[in-house]
Design a protein around this ligand. Structure first.
Ligand code: C2E
Ligand code: MG
Ligand code: MG
Length: 590
């Protein structure tokens, strides 16, 4: 009864408050009544909040104490930062007046149980909500907080793995009864570890909260979003009639999550890979459904991240292939089954061979030729990269013995291997063979910089001190900031073939390649362009002053024995370069 009286009293005062706010919006002079109303609201023991949309525009002192908000809070505070349950938000902001109980999460992480009365309210001429919020902690005992924490992740306040399992079992039972589908979307952030390591745990935590927030509001109401591991989230979608619905949800989430996150005026790159499995199509029960979504996620990651993949039975076969390759890779390196092939790199002035790039190939007895894009990732997971690099450098030194002395050999090194062991390994191999270190170049991709810039920079310096050269491979495809180039110790840029493929017709690619070549010249770096496939590209790249060219136009990678006359070799484009005009006239006449 007392509660009812209090509520009426509050609403009475709030009616005055409403009048006050409307008056203020019309920019009329403040009346004495409105001033009194404001004072009354401020003095009320109940938390009062006014929202425009989801944005908090006013709140009183009782609310600031209850919600643990400082004076500065409120400028662009969203109610969703305090109330994490999407269904609750939908009810509070949905239709007419409603009263409910829920958890309010304070910015310091403390959770309070509150009752909220919400009613439509005119805020400055626009539609808004008025919330009367009361702490009912006295009624709820401390067990509630403990139970909340047992079922929710402390950082993001999302439900945890246990809640997911319970909800999934219930969802599957409902599917069986109703003939509908449910789906698990397993989401993993790309490069989260790098962000955490490089930018610090505060940024990492903020990133996770940001992703949690995005998921809460992108996932349609009635579905569950849970955090199940460090940077892993699961969305459980229910009441699905057609699997294409899930596809659309996954696509939408992927798009929304693959946008950089702004933290203290810095853009932090974020991306997410998603694996999807649908019940009952892809699994017979909860455990298998989760497992298959995880397999699909694994596949999405292997395909280059930032993707969503759906489980299929063929995926099961691919996973089996991966696990077979993982089991066999050490043996294949040890007994030389993995071969080293070579692709020539051409001097852009003379057309002769100035280097070869060593590229690993695995002619597999069961699967045929397995390419490095597939097995290098596996080797990284199995820790087999140092042994592979050892094999490739040895084979390269052996092959180079048959080439003229000025011809270099370039070996790819995985970013994971840029450490002191690599320096020791290279030193030992050079000393044991007596190979001229100036003929050995190590190619490293830009990913190495996001892992640990300082470590990479010092390793580059130590490698160069041995006399070998270092090239930045696939330049432009990764994360290198131009500012990093200034501080780094390396010798060559290899421009990624994504830019070459649409040269010379594509305006943007032309501008980018021209820009990189100019920059390299000023920084005293050599430039090799990858992926050269047409004589027009050769003419254009030569006109820019690039140093070296590499691509299928000259030769695909081949086994070492196939390059007989390295010294005398010239590509035909250089033997009789027809003027561009002539090529056009001939083809027009044909
Ligand atoms: P990468 O170092 O950028 O090597 C160049 C890749 O581009 C090679 O693919 C080559 O075959 C391909 N390529 C060359 N010219 C053209 C062209 O004109 N057009 C097109 N479309 N492609 C061209 P490949 O051999 O499949 O190697 C892929 C990647 O695998 C390499 O990229 C490198 O990052 C990695 N890799 C290869 N061998 C090794 C190795 O021994 N160790 C390590 N850590 N990575 C390796
Ligand atoms: Mg390379
Ligand atoms: Mg490359």
């Amino acid at each position: 009864m007392t509660g009812l009286v209090v509520t009426f009293a509050v609403l009475g005062v709030l009616a005055l408050g409403a009048a006050y706010l409307r008056a203020r919006a019309r920019a009329a002079a403040a009346t004495a009544d409105a001033g009194n109303a404001r004072l009354a609201i401020a003095a009320l023991p109940h938390g009062i909040v006014l929202c425009r949309g989801l944005q908090i525009v006013e709140f009183n002192r009782a609310f600031s104490i209850l919600a643990g908000l400082g004076r500065e809070a409120g400028e662009d505070l969203l109610i969703t930062e305090l109330l994490s349950d999407r269904t609750v938000i939908d009810r509070l902001f949905g239709g007419e007046e409603v009263t409910l109980e829920t958890d309010l999460v304070r910015p310091d992480g403390v959770v309070c149980r509150v009752s909220i009365l919400a009613r439509p309210f005119d805020v400055g001429g626009g539609a808004g909500r008025l919330l009367v919020v009361d702490d009912i902690h006295d009624r709820e005992d401390a067990d509630h907080r403990i139970s909340f924490l047992a079922h929710h992740d402390a950082l993001t306040r999302l439900p945890n793995r246990e809640v997911l399992r319970e909800r999934l079992d219930a969802a599957i039972a409902r599917c069986d009864a109703s003939g509908t589908l449910c789906a698990v979307l397993w989401i993993d952030l790309d490069h989260f570890k790098e962000v955490n390591d490089l930018k610090g745990h505060t940024v990492g935590d903020r990133l996770l909260c940001y992703v949690a927030e995005k998921l809460r509001f992108e996932v349609p109401p009635g579905n569950l979003v849970a955090r199940v591991g460090g940077d892993e989230f699961v969305v459980l979608c229910e009441n699905i009639l057609d699997a294409t619905e899930v596809k659309l949800i996954a696509q939408q989430l992927r798009r929304r999550l693959n946008r950089p996150f702004l933290f203290e005026e810095q853009l932090v790159p974020v991306g997410a890979s998603i694996g999807v499995a649908v019940y009952p199509r892809d699994a017979a029960g909860a455990e298998e459904l989760l497992h298959n979504a995880d397999l699909a996620l694994y596949r999405a990651k292997a395909e280059g991240r930032g993707r969503s993949r759906h489980f299929s039975s063929a995926l099961g076969e691919e996973i089996a292939r991966r696990s077979n390759l993982a089991q066999q890779i050490d043996g294949a390196i040890a007994d030389g089954q993995i071969e080293t092939w070579f692709q020539p790199v051409i001097d852009a002035k003379s057309g002769s061979i100035s280097a070869f790039e060593a590229l690993a190939r695995w002619p597999h007895p069961e699967y045929g030729m397995v390419g490095p894009l597939e097995f290098i990732r596996i080797a990284e997971e199995t820790g087999s990269i140092p042994a592979l690099t050892d094999l490739v450098i040895r084979n390269s030194i052996k092959a180079a013995a048959n080439w003229p002395e000025h011809v270099r050999v370039a070996v790819n090194v995985s970013p994971s291997q840029i450490n002191s062991e690599l320096v020791d390994q290279v030193r030992t191999l050079i000393q044991a063979s007596g190979f001229d270190p100036r003929r050995l170049e190590l190619e490293v991709t830009e990913d190495v910089l996001i892992k640990d810039f300082d470590q990479a920079s010092s390793m580059f310096a130590r490698l160069r001190a041995l006399g070998v050269t270092v090239a930045m491979d696939d330049f432009g495809a990764g994360y290198t900031s131009i500012a990093n180039l200034r501080q780094l110790n390396f010798d060559r840029i290899k421009i990624d073939r994504i830019f070459t493929s649409d040269l010379p017709g594509h305006r943007r690619s032309v501008a980018i390649v021209r820009g990189i070549v100019g920059l390299a010249r000023h920084l005293d770096l050599k430039v090799t362009v990858e992926g050269v496939e047409t004589p027009e590209q050769v003419a254009f790249l030569r006109s820019l002053g690039c140093d070296e060219l590499q691509g299928f136009l000259f030769s695909r990678p081949r086994p070492p024995g196939e390059f007989a006359d390295v010294a005398g070799w010239r590509h035909e484009t250089f033997l009789a370069p027809p003027p561009l005009q002539m090529i056009k006239t001939i083809s027009a006449a044909e």
